[in-house]
Design a protein around this ligand. Structure first.
Ligand SMILES: CC(C)(COP(=O)([O-])OP(=O)([O-])OC[C@H]1O[C@@H](n2cnc3c(N)ncnc32)[C@H](O)[C@@H]1OP(=O)([O-])[O-])[C@@H](O)C(=O)NCCC(=O)NCCSC(=O)C[C@@](C)(O)CC(=O)[O-]
Length: 191
C-alpha cells in the first residue's frame, strides 16, 4: 500500500512575543478546490483552534465526550477548519492524550456541518505523524483525499496534519524539545 502522505502541510511560525502575532503559511487542497492559483496568495483561512490550542491549557482533565460535543457544535457553525487535537507526548501535553479517539470519532461518525470542513491535528514529530497516519490508513475511505477534493465535496471531511515551527529558540525548545534547525530538518524528512 502506498505510504500515506498527509494531503496538507500547515506550517505555523511563532514570531517573538514582542510582535505577538503568529505567521501562518499553508498549502491545502481544500483551498485549491475552487480557486485559481493567483487568488491563493491573497486570502486568509480562519482556523477554529479551541478544541486543541484552547483545551490543551486546561488544568483539569476534560472527558473526550465533552471535547467531541464541542467539535460537533463548532462544526454546525459553518467554520471551514477545526483543530481537533494533537499527536504529542502526553507527558508534555496530557490534555491532548485522547486526540486519537477524537480523530477516530471524526472518521467514523458523520459530523453534520453546513459546508465542507477540514479537521486539523498537530503532529510535530515522527511519532505523532506515525500515530496519526495509522488512524488515517485504517479509515482511508472516510475522508476526502487529494483526488476527491479536486472533484468537489462529497460530504466527507478533509483531514490535515499540521506542524509548527518556531521563530525563537526558546519557543522551539519549550515546544519541540529541539532547536529550530533540528525541527526544520525533521519536518523535511517527514512531509
Ligand atoms: C515533540 C515532543 C513529543 C518531543 O518530545 P521529546 O521528549 O523530545 O520526545 P522523545 O522522543 O524524547 O519522547 C519522549 C516521550 O514522549 C513520547 N513521545 C514522543 N513523541 C510523541 C508523540 N508525538 N505522541 C506521543 N508520545 C510521544 C516518547 O514515546 C517518549 O515516551 P517514553 O519513552 O518516555 O514513555 C514534545 O516536545 C511534545 O510533545 N511537544 C508538543 C508540545 C506542544 O504540543 N505544545 C503546544 C503546541 S505549540 C502551541 O500551542 C503554539 C501554537 C502551535 O498554537 C502556535 C500558534 O498558535 O501559532
Amino acid at each position: 500500500m502506498a505510504p500515506l502522505r498527509p494531503s496538507i502541510l500547515l506550517t505555523r511560525l511563532r514570531t517573538p512575543r514582542a510582535c505577538s502575532a503568529s505567521l501562518r503559511r499553508f498549502a491545502t487542497t481544500s483551498d485549491v478546490r475552487s480557486q485559481p492559483q493567483q487568488q491563493l496568495d491573497n486570502h486568509v483561512r480562519l482556523v477554529e483552534v479551541g478544541p486543541r490550542d484552547g483545551l490543551q491549557n486546561e488544568k483539569k482533565a476534560i472527558p473526550v465526550a465533552t471535547k467531541i460535543e464541542l467539535i460537533e457544535r463548532l462544526a454546525k457553525t459553518g467554520v471551514s477548519v477545526i483543530e481537533g487535537g494533537s499527536f504529542v507526548s502526553p507527558k508534555w501535553v496530557p490534555q491532548m492524550d485522547n486526540s486519537s479517539q477524537i480523530m477516530e470519532h471524526i472518521l467514523t461518525k458523520h459530523i453534520p456541518s453546513p459546508s465542507p470542513i477540514t479537521y486539523s491535528f498537530l503532529a510535530p514529530n515522527a511519532r505523532g505523524v506515525a500515530d496519526a497516519t495509522a488512524i488515517l490508513q485504517k479509515h482511508q475511505g472516510a475522508y476526502l483525499n487529494q483526488t476527491d477534493a479536486l472533484k468537489g465535496d462529497n460530504g466527507k471531511p478533509m483531514m490535515e496534519l499540521a506542524v509548527f515551527a518556531a521563530a525563537t529558540e526558546s519557543f522551539s525548545q519549550k515546544n519541540l524539545n529541539c532547536d529550530i534547525a533540528t525541527s526544520l530538518e525533521r519536518f523535511r524528512d517527514w512531509y
